[in-house]
Design a binder for this molecule. Structure first.
Ligand SMILES: Cc1ncc(COP(=O)(O)O)c(C=O)c1O
Length: 403
């Protein structure tokens, strides 16, 4: 059996592959779904008489904010529609609090900390690193944050400023938080501190490709839990229309909203209103966004099915994999601490996978066993080969074979 694995690995090496499954990106066919945006005519004056070609409307044009209000289930007054990146809105939220939070800007707080569920999104860790804010990790359960672990973190640490979560199809392990989980999260956070910030990165809010549990909109739960002044929810069209060419949305209230508006006022005079109008014209309403997302789902689902069908061929002696119902990633957890080796073996035969540890703070996976697979960008044929390479490399590393 070992001979067979070695020979399979070497035959894959002979193919001189060059396949990249490092990042969760839409493929060309997905991007083509929004091609109409490329040559849409936009009227220069919007329905409220605003000249969208000029400066003004720092929080976004009315129609784009209304779209955000229906997406995030918040009141119009609570919405900012920004430019193309929700990560930028998250960053601006942290920066605004760092510089101007009342009564104490975060920059004046000793050993500030933020909770991040792990595995998580590398850019979240990097953002907190930028501010010298220590990331404290908590594990995820299938229904969201491990509440007991979070309670214990809060009991044992001072100066925890908040938590960042991806509550639907979490990057990379695909968890979808239950309403109960989010309510508990709100309760323990607000009991810890009335300035504890709940930052929800809803990057995959509308990105189901298989039936997924319904969630009460996060903003609504925040209102019901009386924490809307401590909550920020962001999302974007980066994986709806064009990566880096869509729109971003934020729901916030009270001091947070004021701070972010102030921060943005220093950095951006106004967002790209022409692109906002283009998107508003492209998506007349939520229903048309939903229809559009069904088309994305139909293109993405077969890719995940290919990945599952290959991963299923390995017994659980090697590890286990997540089966998300949306989002862009599969997480493979190896039984042995060999993630680094598997990824290096893949790289040696031309299959690039997200570096081991990238889904943990400081890039260090304490168990060296979490591997993120991003199956969407490449075509189905390449994906089949990449997955074959992955399971072969996994077996080589598991049995510590010489190749
Ligand atoms: C959890 C998460 N947040 C944010 C982003 C980036 O979103 P945007 O393009 O809106 O900045 C991604 C993209 O990979 C993501 O996975």
């Amino acid at each position: 059996m070992h001979e067979e694995i070695i020979s399979k690995y070497n035959s894959l090496r002979d193919k001189s592959l060059s396949i990249d499954i490092t990042r969760g990106k839409p493929d060309t066919f997905q991007l083509d779904l929004s091609n109409k945006l490329l040559d849409m005519q936009v009227q220069p004056i919007d329905e409220d008489g605003i000249d969208i070609r000029n400066y003004g409307e720092p929080y976004g044009i009315k129609a784009a904010r209304e779209l955000g209000a229906s997406l995030l289930n918040a009141e119009f007054e609570n919405i900012i529609t920004g430019e193309q990146s929700s990560l930028l809105l998250s960053y601006q939220t942290v920066l605004a609090n760092y510089l101007f939070a009342t009564p104490t800007p975060w920059k004046n707080i000793n050993s500030p900390k933020f909770i991040c569920p792990v595995p998580g999104f590398d850019r979240h860790f990097r953002m907190f690193d930028d501010f010298g804010i220590e990331v404290i990790s908590v594990p995820l359960n299938s229904d969201g944050i491990d509440i007991e672990a979070m309670k214990s973190v809060l009991e044992t640490h001072d100066n925890i400023l908040g938590i960042i979560c991806v509550p639907r199809h979490s990057n990379p392990s695909g968890e979808v938080y239950s309403d109960v989980n989010i309510r508990e999260l709100f309760n323990i956070g607000k009991n810890y501190s009335t300035s504890f910030l709940f930052l929800f990165d809803h990057a995959y809010l509308i990105h189901d490709f298989l039936p997924t549990i319904k969630q009460t909109p996060t903003w609504q739960i925040a209102i019901e839990s009386d924490v809307s002044n401590q909550t920020v929810v962001v999302t974007s069209f980066s994986k709806v229309t064009f990566g880096g060419g869509g729109l971003s949305f934020m729901a916030a209230a009270g001091e947070n909203l004021k701070l972010v508006k102030r921060m943005r006022g220093s950095m951006v005079i106004c967002p790209d209103k022409v692109n906002q109008q283009r998107h508003v014209d492209f998506f007349k309403d939520i229903k048309s966004i939903e229809n559009h997302m069904v088309k994305h789902a139909d293109l993405i689902r077969p890719k995940f099915e290919i990945a599952y069908s290959v991963l299923e061929r390995l017994s659980d002696q090697f590890g286990a994999f997540s089966r998300p119902t949306g989002g862009y990633f599969i997480t493979y957890t190896t039984k042995k601490p060999i993630a680094t080796e598997v990824i290096a073996l893949c790289s040696d035969i031309g299959v690039m996978i997200t570096p081991a540890g990238a889904t943990f703070p400081k890039g260090i996976d304490p168990n060296n066993n979490v591997i993120r697979i991003a199956p969407t960008f490449i075509d189905e044929e390449e994906l089949q080969v990449a997955m074959e390479a992955f399971i072969t490399a996994l077996q080589v590393a598991h049995f510590n074979l010489t190749v």
